[in-house]
Design a protein around this ligand. Structure first.
Ligand code: DQA
Length: 153
């Protein structure tokens, strides 16, 4: 699985700790890594403050990974380019947010990515990512089960 962190998430730990917690991105990734390992899932991480770099990474990973957990940061609220990229790569994706975007400023309630993601998980801190991994995993296992049910030629 590919775990992507969007703009400003490199500043975790010092950026509004009352909203986003005091963990650094490195610490958060280590927790996600342990969670994934315990489930036998390999994860890779990518953070960028640049929309185009995120798009490039999604394109590059599209045939290498099985799914995407993405905290798009503010891109969630307006990036149709990111929306189109998620749709174009055809990987199952879960959108996650550390904070409760539904109970903050009105612009954060809008996600232009929601229509192309399996789910949006928000407001749980690092647990949003962990639940995102699990959501993706149960989706992938469901797809696998369906595949093995289907008759072989
Ligand atoms: C965020 C929420 C976004 O609205 C914000 O722009 C972020 C972080 C979160 O994880 O809660 O950068 O995605």
């Amino acid at each position: 699985m590919l775990v992507v962190h969007g703009p400003n998430l490199n500043l975790l730990g010092e950026r509004s700790p009352d909203v986003y917690g005091s963990q650094t991105l490195e610490e958060l990734n280590a927790q996600i890594q342990r969670h994934a390992e315990a489930r036998g899932v390999a994860v890779e991480f990518f953070q960028s403050n640049h929309e185009g770099a995120i798009l490039d990474r999604l394109h590059e990973a599209r045939r290498r990974v099985d799914g995407l957990v993405i905290n798009p940061g503010a891109l969630a609220h307006y990036s149709y380019a990111l929306r189109d990229a998620i749709e174009a790569i055809g990987l199952p994706a879960v959108e996650v947010h550390l904070s409760n975007v539904q109970e903050r400023e009105p612009f954060r309630r809008v996600s232009v990515l929601a229509p192309v993601c399996l789910a949006q998980i928000h407001g749980k801190g690092v647990q949003s990512y962990l639940d995102g991994i699990d959501r993706l995993l149960s989706h992938l296992r469901g797809v696998q089960a369906l595949d093995s049910d289907s008759p072989t030629a």
